[in-house]
Design a protein around this ligand. Sequence first.
Ligand code: CP
Length: 333
Amino acid sequence: MTKHLISSADLSRAEVEDILETAASMHDLQRREVKKVPTLRGRTVINFFFEDSTRTRSSFEIAGKWMSADTINLSAKGSSTSKGESLRDTAMTVDAMAVDALVIRHNASGACQQVAQWVRCSVINAGDGTHEHPTQALLDAYTLRTRLGDLDGKHVVIVGDLTHSRVFRSNVITLKTLGARVTVVAPPTLMPSGIGAWSAADGFATSWDLDPVLDGEGEHGPVDAVMMLRVQRERMSGGYFPTAREYTVGYGLTRDRLERLVARNDDVLVLHPGPMNRGLEIAPEAADAPQSVVLDQVSAGVAVRMAVLYHLLAGDDTPAPVPPVTATEGAVR
Ligand code: CP
């Protein structure tokens, strides 16, 4: 595996599968009473979040702690960034403390790539602007594989605010790497420019019309999973759709749409990376449906981020990711 994880395109199929297999053993650890292994003892990980986060920041922190790494959290507010220190100076300052990894979330697309050129430590992209969110794509793939098995030929529909979504970009890459077919659906105003070039790729389709795709009448036929994306109002400067109500009517996973989906395939999966705008892109009935794996995604986030840290930071002297459970430890669930 490469030194950094900046883009989902950094990972070959074999590397994605390796990470997901390691994540499965990490997930076993989550079910133990004592959630601690010595795997990354002596390593230091800094989580530097220039943008807000609940899931990604806390799961990276938990992942590091459960593997005995020393983890430190920094945010723009409370660091010298608020005094005007540049990203370059901040990154080089932290790197000079001999840390092993810098996990970065930033509102500028490409920020992580830039930081990787300035530092000696590993850089992990925890979401950069509208560019990519590779660990989200890995945890989504983990969640899908847990329920659907091998993703070769499986049909995943990604719906919503594609223009502002780093989750969509990373997911398309990782899902295609694993052989899935992907249809992306958005209103014309939220369909990224240049997506026509992507459409030429095998197993990738676009649509402005959600219902025929959900009904299995699109290019890729019946649907195995639907991933709803958040409408990112904080990144919108203009009117991308007339009203919230009209967005929901056209592109929301409403109760009616869920019922039609389930009538066709009882095992269909509903994903959302979070945070959800309940009632806008996803109805509460869909978010909380038996088909929803939203909380499975959150749980997978810890295991997958442990696996990523392990693959980037483990050295020749590093023990196996998760030692066998001891008689006194037991499993709690
Ligand atoms: N999915 C995701 O990145 O969530 P957070 O913004 O809460 O980290």
